[in-house]
Design a protein around this ligand. Structure first.
Ligand code: 1GP
Length: 248
């Protein structure tokens, strides 16, 4: 697999993602959940990530039980220079030690707290940091069993057999000024995002597309890129099997 690993990391995260999109490069992110990875297990995991083609480390979860986000990120930074991007479940999940934050607006839902409420709470705090703010349309796609993201946000995901709804939603987000579009089946999804849905979104928007939820194999990652994604996110599969990345 030809996953693009930038030789530079001096540009902004957004310009790097846009460059990758414009030059048809495929990028991989690993999602680490502070609840699932104890601090003392970080070093060996990061060593594997360093040896692989991972461009970004995402940090977050829909519901965090551990209150150690800063310590978690600082420990990761001891072992790698790969940029760290917060993938927050709510306004409480902010750390000045990350490099950027997905400023997610949950457009697939109609819950004002996740469309704008958490953002109002977070904005003044973010203004005081050096985090790169990545305004992102966040679309949950229904994937079998109800996911934590859908339950906690109290929103209904988009039906996977309705790519036109995903397309219209992504288009609206782009028109509202979001710079990235994240299609997420939810962590540990039974069924991942259908290729046809990714294609339909990609054919109608310019934003780099991030796809995650239930991605478990190299073949799957390739299919996601072929459909038009710029960045694939793997969380659960790497948690369960670190060797997964050696196949990439
Ligand atoms: C979920 O996109 C992420 O928000 C990753 O999902 O844990 O299923 O890989 P997985």
């Amino acid at each position: 697999m030809n996953i693009y690993l930038p030789s530079y990391m001096t540009d902004s995260i957004l310009s790097h993602l846009q460059f990758a999109k414009n030059t048809n490069q495929a990028l991989l992110a690993i999602l680490l959940d502070p609840d699932k990875l104890p601090l003392h297990e970080i070093a060996p995991k990061i060593e594997i990530i360093n040896r692989s083609q991972v461009a970004y480390i995402f940090i977050g979860g829909s519901l965090l039980f551990t209150n150690n986000l800063d310590a978690f990120i600082l420990e990761i930074k001891k072992h790698t220079t790969i940029p760290i991007v917060l993938f927050p479940g709510n306004a409480m999940q902010i750390s000045i030690h990350a490099d950027g934050i997905l400023f997610l607006s949950l457009l697939s839902g109609r819950n004002p707290e996740f469309l704008v409420g958490n953002h109002v709470i977070a904005a003044p705090l973010l203004k005081q940091t050096n985090l790169e703010i990545l305004s992102t349309s966040y679309l949950l796609i229904e994937s079998g069993r109800e996911t934590t993201a859908s339950y906690i946000s109290n929103t209904k995901p988009i039906p996977p057999h309705k790519p036109e709804i995903a397309m219209a939603t992504a288009l609206a987000g782009e028109m509202m000024g979001h710079k990235l579009t994240y299609l997420d089946a939810g962590s540990g999804a039974e069924n991942s995002i259908p290729v046809r849905l990714i294609q339909q979104v990609d054919q109608n928007i310019q934003n780099p597309i991030i796809v995650g939820g239930g991605i478990r194999t190299k073949e799957h990652v390739q299919a996601v890129f072929k459909a038009g994604a710029t960045l694939a996110v793997i969380g659960t599969a790497f948690e369960n099997d670190s060797d997964l990345l050696t196949n990439f």
